[in-house]
Ligand binder design. Structure first.
Ligand SMILES: [Zn+2]
Length: 227
């Protein structure tokens, strides 16, 4: 490649780790190339100043192929710091859960433009949600759906009867007669899981609350199903 001509990608920073004396490894979920890691010569900027490499920052990366496996990040043009997310610890935690879902399922060169669009949308919605963790839970479910490992419908996957109480196991929800094992959900929890899986618009889930218990159950469900 000619010197000075850089490749470009749009992406959201997921994490930045110090590397060497002043460099860093920047993990970015990109629109075109999936989850990528870049080496940046300059680490996070001076104290008190918001670094462009802060997690959840959206922007345009200019990079060139490195000699090793890591591409060299030359420039990062910030288009959105998502500042409202940084105003609350709960929002930051919820956004970190979404980043974690991507980290566990996505990889370099695995393009996932639909998931990228969804991630950007959820980051935008996060500050307006009554409970940011509801969005994080929805993102877990939609990521599983995107990966083709979630098969939840309003009816039991086993017998076809409408789901009330149910058990979550290996990407599916079964009624208490069909399931042998799994995480048990109350009827209202089942309804919320269905809503968070199938919701198409923000207004459908904006006011929903999720209990810490259900959030934890869905995180486990995600981990067991995607590992
Ligand atoms: Zn059944």
């Amino acid at each position: 490649m000619k010197k000075g001509i850089y490749l470009k990608e749009t992406g959201v920073i997921l994490s930045t780790l110090p590397y060497g004396d002043s460099g860093s490894i920047v993990k970015v979920f990109t629109a075109e190339s999936g989850l990528m890691s870049y080496f940046a010569k300059n680490g996070p900027s001076a104290k008190g100043k918001l670094s462009p490499f802060e997690p959840f920052t959206l922007g345009e990366i200019s990079y060139e192929e490195g000699n090793g496996s890591l591409a060299l990040l030359r420039e990062f043009k910030v288009s959105n710091y998502h500042l409202p997310i940084r105003e609350s610890l709960e929002r930051i935690e919820a956004a970190a859960l979404m980043a974690d879902a991507l980290d566990k399922t996505q990889g370099p060169g695995l393009e996932a433009p639909d998931l990228f669009t969804l991630f950007c949308l959820y980051l935008k919605w996060l500050p307006q949600a009554k409970n940011p963790f509801t969005l994080a839970a929805s993102f877990y479910l939609k990521t599983m759906k995107h990966e083709g490992v979630l098969h939840i419908t309003p009816d039991c996957t086993g017998c076809g009867n409408p789901l009330g109480e149910c058990l979550l196991c290996e990407g599916t929800a079964l009624c208490t007669d069909c399931a042998l094992e799994g995480t048990a959900l109350e009827p209202e929890e089942t309804q919320l899981v269905l809503l968070l899986t199938l919701a198409r618009e923000f207004k459908d889930i904006k006011q929903e609350e999720i209990s810490p218990r259900l959030l934890q159950a869905l995180r486990l469900f995600f981990e067991n199903t995607t590992q």
